[in-house]
Design a protein around this ligand. Structure first.
Ligand code: FDP
Length: 315
C-alpha cells in the first residue's frame, strides 16, 4: 500500500508545501494517541476536570493545540499559525513561506461520549498575510478520530484518504474521493428551527415532506454535532451539511469559523466534486476581516447545495 510519504513525494507540489502537510499529519498522529487513552489518563475533554489523583487536567483541545504548536515550531517552512485555541496568530522567527490555520480539536462536546472528533487545517502562502480568502488555499485537510483515524487531504485537484495503522504509519485507502452529486440525506441542528430564515425553513420543509412534496423523494436526517464527523460522512456517501445564518447567530456572522473550519472543508468538498456556499455566495470567496471570523456553512452534494441556493435566491 502507498504510504503518506510516498504519496506526498509523488504530488506535483513544492516539497516544502508537502512538508507542511507532513508536519500536520505527524501532529494528528500524536493527537490520535492521546485521544485513544484519554479516559484512562483522566482526560475528559473538559477544562477544570481532575484526574484520579485529584490533579487538574488540561482540556484535550488545549493539549491538542500544544501538540500542533510543538510540531509546527519544528518546521522552518511555517512562519505563521492561526489556531482556534489562540486569540492571536503566532509569528515564528523564520523565513517560512507558509501559514497554517487550524482547529486542533473540533467537535469537543463529543469527547465525553467517546464520539468522533477531528482536527481541521488549511495551508496558505504566508506572504499573503493572515486574512486571505479560501480561494488562496494551497492545501487543506482534516483528520477524523473515529473507529479508525482517517486523514483526508487535498492540494486542490483531488481528495485522498489515509488510514493510520497501529505502527503510526498513514496508508492510502482511497485516492480519489468523489462526493455523489445527488443524495437524500441532510444534516442540520433542527432544534434551532425557530431561529431559521425562510430559505432554510423552505428547503428543510421540502425534505421533510419527502416523496409527498416538491423534492419528490424521501430524505433522512443525520446530525452528529461534530463538524468533521458530519462532513466526513457527506464526503464519503453524499448529503448536505448546513449551519446557516439564523436570527441568533446573525450578529456573529454565523456559528462556524471561516479560516480553519469552513474554508478547508469547502476546498475539500469542491475538490471532490461537491459545492460550498454561505447561501449568498461561494464560501471560498469570502474575504476575511478577522482571523476568528464566523461564516454560514452549506456544503455537500452539488444537487442539494443548488437547491438551497435556489431557496436563497427566492428570499
Ligand atoms: P464543538 O462546539 O463541539 O467544537 O466547531 C463547532 C462545533 O462543535 C462543530 O464541530 C459542530 O458541527 C457544531 O459546533 C455543533 O453545533 P451545535 O452545538 O449547534 O449542534
Amino acid at each position: 500500500m502507498t504510504t503518506l510519504s510516498e504519496w506526498l513525494a509523488a504530488q506535483p507540489v513544492d516539497p516544502k508545501l508537502a512538508s507542511v502537510v507532513a508536519t500536520m499529519a505527524a501532529a494528528i498522529a500524536e493527537i490520535a494517541g492521546v485521544l485513544r487513552v484519554a479516559p484512562i489518563a483522566g482526560q475528559t475533554g473538559l477544562a477544570g476536570a481532575t484526574n484520579v489523583q485529584g490533579e487538574a487536567q488540561k482540556a484535550l483541545d488545549v493539549i491538542s493545540n500544544d501538540i500542533v504548536l510543538n510540531h509546527i515550531g519544528q518546521n522552518p517552512e511555517i512562519s505563521l499559525l492561526i489556531s482556534e485555541e489562540m486569540d492571536e496568530a503566532v509569528h515564528f522567527q523564520n523565513q517560512g513561506a507558509y501559514l497554517v490555520a487550524t482547529d486542533p480539536l473540533d467537535g469537543s462536546s463529543n469527547l465525553d461520549v467517546n464520539g468522533a472528533v477531528g482536527t481541521i487545517f488549511s495551508v496558505l502562502n504566508s506572504a499573503g498575510g493572515l486574512l486571505q480568502p479560501g480561494t488562496a488555499q494551497l492545501a487543506a485537510g482534516y483528520a477524523v478520530f473515529g473507529p479508525a483515524t482517517a486523514l483526508i487531504l487535498t492540494f486542490g485537484a483531488s481528495v485522498a484518504v489515509f488510514t493510520l495503522d497501529n505502527e503510526g504509519a498513514y496508508l492510502l485507502t482511497n485516492d480519489r474521493v468523489q462526493v455523489p452529486v445527488a443524495s437524500a440525506e441532510y444534516a442540520i441542528n433542527s432544534a434551532r428551527e425557530r431561529f431559521w430564515d425562510d430559505a432554510t425553513r423552505g428547503y428543510v420543509a421540502e425534505n421533510v415532506a419527502g416523496e409527498t412534496g416538491l423534492a419528490g423523494k424521501r430524505y433522512n436526517m443525520r446530525w452528529v454535532g461534530s463538524m468533521v464527523a458530519d462532513i466526513h460522512r457527506i464526503l464519503m456517501r453524499g448529503g448536505i451539511f448546513m449551519y446557516p445564518l439564523d436570527s441568533e447567530t446573525v450578529s456573529k456572522g454565523g456559528r462556524l469559523r471561516l479560516l480553519y473550519e469552513a474554508n478547508p472543508m469547502a476546498m475539500l468538498m469542491e475538490a471532490a466534486g461537491g459545492l460550498s456556499t454561505t447561501g449568498r455566495g461561494r464560501i471560498r470567496d469570502v474575504v476575511p476581516t478577522s482571523i476568528h471570523q464566523r461564516v454560514p456553512v452549506i456544503t455537500g452534494s452539488a444537487e442539494e447545495v443548488r437547491r438551497v441556493e435556489a431557496w436563497y435566491a427566492k428570499h
